[in-house]
Structure formats: C-alpha cells, structure tokens
Ligand binder design. Sequence first.
Ligand SMILES: *Cc1c(COP(=O)(O)O)cnc(C)c1O
Length: 474
Amino acid sequence: MHYLSTRDPAAHLSGFSDILLEGLAPDGGLYVPASYPKIDDSTLTRWRELLAGPGYAALAHDVLTAFVADIPSADLLGICERAYNDGVFATADIVPVSELSGGLWLAHLSDGPTAAFKDLAMQLLGQLFEYELGRRHAELNILGATSGDTGSAAEYAMLGRRGIRVFMLTPAGRMTPFQQAQMFSLDDPAIINVAVDGVFDDCQDLVKAVAGDLDFKRAYHLGAVNSINWARLVAQVVYYIASYLRVTSSNAEQVSFCVPTGNFGNICAGHVARMMGLPIKRLMLATNENNVLDEFFRTGVYRVRATAETLATSSPSMDISKASNFERFVFDLLGRDAARVAELFGPQLASGSFDLSRTPEFAALQDEYGFVSGSSTHADRVATIRALWESDHVMIDPHTADGVTLARRLPGPEPVIVTETALPVKFAETITEALGREPERPPRFIGIEDRPRKVVPLARDPQALKALIAATVG
Ligand SMILES: *Cc1c(COP(=O)(O)O)cnc(C)c1O
C-alpha cells in the first residue's frame, strides 16, 4: 500500500514509514492511501475469529497489514501487542461495547491511560515511532500545544519510548484540574510540560514560530503528533471494525455509528472503514455549538470560523474553528480530484469558505457516503447526561452526550453505536451540574491530584521556548 497527497494531481507515491514521521504533505495536502483495501465476507469472518480468539491486538495487526507494506509482519504484530494489552488499557477487550436502551450501544474508546479515545491512536503511534526511529538510528523531539486531551494522550504514549522527548505547551491555569494533574504528575526527564502565560492559541502560535524556523527544527529534530497523522487514523479504523463485530453476530447485519466530532479524525476513520466495505449504514456526525461541520453536511457550504467566533463550550475537545481532517473526506467526495481539492482548500478557503451545494457530488453525499449530522447545546448535553443516568444508570461525559443526543434524535431500525470519546471523570463540572454528584472515578485515577507536579513556566516568547529546548536537548 502506498500513499498520496490530497493536493497532488500527479499522485506521487510514498511508503507508510515515510509518511509516519511527517505531518502535512509538502504541497499542504493530507496523505491518503492510493486505494482502500476491500474487505469481503471471508475477511469479516476471519476478523470475527481473531477478535474472539487472540483478541484486539491480533485484529489490529491483520487490519494494519493491508495498510503497511514496509514493516515485517512479525514486527508489526509486536507493535500492536505492545500498544493494545491490559497493562495499557483497563480491560483486555481494549474496546468493550455495551448495550443501552432504545437500540443504542456504547463503544468504550476511553479505557486507556488518559481516559479519552485519543489513547487508542496515540499508543500505536508511540510504538510505531519508537520502532521506526530505532531502524533509522534517529531521535525525535515532539513539540506540541494542547488544551487537554491530545497532549496528555501523547505524553502517556511517548513516555519511556527510546529516542523520544515531548515538549508540550499548555495555557497556564486553563485546563481542568484533572487534566492538569494527569499531565503534570508525569515525572520523567523526557516529558517536559510547559505552562505558557496565555491561552491555547498563544501556545499554538509559539509552536508554529519555533517549528517554522527550519534550521532550528532540523538541528533539534523537532516533530509533531497532530491529528492529521495517517497512522493515527488507521489505528482508529480498527475500533470501528471491532465495535461492528461485537454488536453483530452475522456479516449481513448493518450498524450505524454516531460520533462526537471536532477535527473529523474519529469519524474519518469510520468513513475509511465504510469505504473498505464494513457494513455501516449511517455515519452520524455530532457537533456542539461549534457547528461548522454540521453546517456543511446540511447545506454544502464549508465556512471556517474566526477565533472570536469559536465558542468555549462544555464539550471543549470539539471546540474547533475548522476541521483538520475534513480534506480527506472531500477528496473522496470529489472523486479524488486533487486539483479541485487543492483549489478548494488553498485559495478558496483562504477567503473563508467554499460552496459545494449545487454540485452533483453533494446531492449524492448522503446516499453514497451515509453521512447525516446534527448539533447540540449545553442544555442538550446536560439533559442527555441526566436522562441516560435515569434510564440506564450509565454515566457519560459531555462529548459522548453530544453523540447520544443526536443518536436519540435520529433513531433507526439498525443498531446505533455511539463512540464514547472520554470518561466523565475528566469533566466533573458538567457532570455535577447534570447529576448533582461527582463523576465516577476509575481506581487508576484515585489520588492523581495529590501527586507532585512538574511543569515549567514560560513567557509568550519564541526565543524563550527555543532556549528551553536547546538547554534540555543539549
Ligand atoms: C478529540 C476529541 C473529540 C473530537 O474528535 P475528532 O477526531 O477531533 O473529531 C471528541 N471528544 C473528545 C473527548 C476528544 O478528546
């Protein structure tokens, strides 16, 4: 399997290992597989047996084999086994699925070290990075900015990986107490938490300024773990397949997935699984008040928001102004016309929006790709958390609540699997508002706020960040 950029009309091909350590393609596009591997009845039967027998890591290995041509099979199996086991995740199932009332199911994607679905992709990425850097005798200093879930998932995945350091910038005092405790309690010289005097955008600007200095970037081996990394996406395809297999007993059955969405990473993996032939009827895209994607799927107009227009909501990991993985879907929607994608996501989006409403592709979108969408508000979130607690005695976090809200609004005859993207313990304030009680706390997080904290304060100054990196790396 080879990869090409969504903006390259000449379709130059790269291998998996080459794009693994890269972010964007040089032309500004995103890497996608040259074609989607196709699955049939016998593939699904084999996967059913793998999941029921050897388990999730064996399934992941088999799925990844179709996407990764340049890592020997035995090595790839080792990578999957080190990423997906019950020492890393809370259960040996890795992604258990449970039934709710009313035809809904919950795929538990949040049983990893940081209690958010990003662990599933990031744990694999950590193992892949360590493997590939080892092969190249290279090292990597990951520089990133986070407002919460991504940074902690990255740190727990890279912790202890040979040749890898993490510099993670956070806006001082602006994450939830639980999120701060998760990151700052990591005591390892290769994990450098930085608290910037500013907001998340200031952190991101600092990263851009320093990574944009190409000489500095090269000299200090700087890299990223952003959500557009293809390896993260392919890791997520596996849990769509596992969830499907857990909810069905025959390969003739269809299911739908309802996905709390921000940067379109999670649901893009669902799209890939559906393109491969997994029997997915609908992909239900749930947004919060930041509804740029819901607007596109309803109207055909993709209008990115200004920072000032982006609201701070109670499902903060979905507070986006534009969706960084969305280009991958539009590439498929437009029949893989790279020149058209380059025009839309280059010059047209620079002017703020593009409009596909009068195209035949948009008219066929729902039938061909199964997408439906909807958005919800803080009041919906609180009401859904409360309703599910009362009907099923199941506690969900505010992001998952956006998904359950939409799934209940658009029921179907087929089972609807909502992806649980975080555990309630991360978002105590909204849970307390909805239920009048504190969220459940899994044993592995008890006392986390009491541990000693390690964090370096930093001014909003690229020179100060460079000095910190230089002094640490030596
Ligand atoms: C990252 C995140 C999301 C959004 O996922 P995307 O892949 O960006 O669409 C939703 N919920 C939680 C809890 C997250 O951490």
